[in-house]
Design a protein around this ligand. Structure first.
Ligand code: SF4
Length: 368
């Protein structure tokens, strides 16, 4: 079986695994030769941890083979990170990207049929996830055969896949139950499939028996060091809950001003800004209001804030001063890096030293 673009776009499918096996590629050799798939694997995990998705920022740089082979390598890297939270985030990011691709495939109509080796249809994906008996489309004369609006999901499968979904609408008591199946709309089905993919990706992770000092794991030590550094920055955010823009560190103020000048922020810049604002206690509505006069779109803000805060209250802090410096975001004005090695720590220091009559921006905004 030849490797196709579909395998690269949906690498967790059994067919993709078979294609890798049949191609006879040795992952050890790829790593030893520092093939492009290795760098793409590192990027894959970095994107998962920072942006909650795994598609490349430079897709034209990679061949189909690099893209596909980066998946098993990324699984090794994420196993070596030895962090359940990282595995969680990684699997969620693979699932999110896959569902976005599925939506694109379903929307692409004729284009889809002309490039069948790159795209997938819903039935195939459902079958690949071993859900074909549990999920059935409702097909009637009024519904387009290719794009049904409603589906029936076996109640056991529904309960399993909807278990982490937020909102009363997902509770079984609020659902229409027919013959042991739950009716779900098309968009809801995407949500359930996302969970199924997330579980498929997480299956078998972390790999057992990887010895960091030997073999493929040892060869990946540079990539691992990079990813560990990112992860170490994902510590618990302190208890800051005060918004005083006049005390923001220069890196954050510069990003805000750039956005207010109408300039689009790069992905990493936006991540840094959102992580800082959530890190000082702001919720999505507050950030949308705070950034109303900027190039930041409310939908993007909402998505990113949701991603940055998980159900357990853990948050991604903004990157450290060292990382921001490496990305050219920090200019270490007045050598204040000496005060604190992290934008949140620096802000906390300034808050501690501020006058008692400092007013939270949220109070001012509420007073109009
Ligand atoms: S030293 Fe840290 S807090 Fe100060 S501008 Fe640079 S990144 Fe921001």
């Amino acid at each position: 079986m030849a490797i196709t673009a579909r395998h690269a776009r949906y690498p967790f499918l059994a067919a993709a695994r078979e294609a890798v096996t049949e191609a006879g590629v040795e992952l050890e050799t790829l790593v030893a030769n520092d093939e492009p798939a290795v760098e793409r694997a590192r990027e894959r995990v970095e994107r998962a941890l920072l942006a909650g998705r795994v598609d490349s920022e430079t897709p034209d740089e990679w061949r189909v083979n690099d893209e596909l082979l980066s998946y098993p390598l990324a699984r090794i890297l994420v196993s070596l990170l030895d962090s359940p939270a990282a595995i969680d985030k990684y699997a969620a990011a693979e699932a999110k990207t896959a569902i976005e691709r599925l939506k694109t495939d379903l929307d692409s109509g004729d284009e889809l049929r002309s490039t069948p080796s790159a795209s997938i249809d819903r039935d195939t994906l459902v079958a690949e996830l071993d859900l074909e008996t549990a999920i059935q489309a409702e097909r009637d004369a009024a519904t387009a055969m290719d794009d049904p609006a409603w589906f029936r999901v076996g109640v056991g499968t529904y309960l399993e896949l909807a278990s982490g979904a937020r909102g009363d609408g997902w509770r079984l008591v609020n659902r229409e139950l027919v013959d042991g199946t739950v009716r779900v709309e098309r968009e809801e089905l995407f949500r359930l499939l996302r969970t199924a993919i997330r579980r498929r990706v997480a299956e078998g992770l972390p790999f057992d028996g990887l010895d960091e000092d030997a073999g493929i794991a040892a060869e990946l030590s540079a990539q691992l060091t990079d990813l560990r550094r990112l992860l170490s920055e994902r510590t618990r955010v302190g208890e800051i809950d005060f918004v005083a823009r006049e005390l923001f560190p220069p890196c954050i103020e510069n990003l805000l001003q750039k956005a207010e000048d109408g300039i689009e922020l790069e992905g990493f810049e936006q991540f840094t800004l959102m992580a800082f604002l959530t890190g000082i206690g702001m919720d999505a509505d507050e950030i949308v209001a705070f950034c109303a006069e900027s190039s930041l779109a409310p939908a993007g803000i909402r998505y990113q804030t949701e991603y940055l805060t998980d159900d357990r209250g853990t948050q991604y802090p903004p990157p450290s001063c060292e990382t921001l410096s490496a990305y050219g975001i920090c200019h270490n004005e007045d050598d204040h890096w000496k005060i604190a090695g992290h934008p949140l720590a620096y802000y906390q220091e300034r808050l501690d030293a501020a006058d008692a009559d400092l007013v939270d921006w949220r109070e001012q905004a509420a007073e109009g």
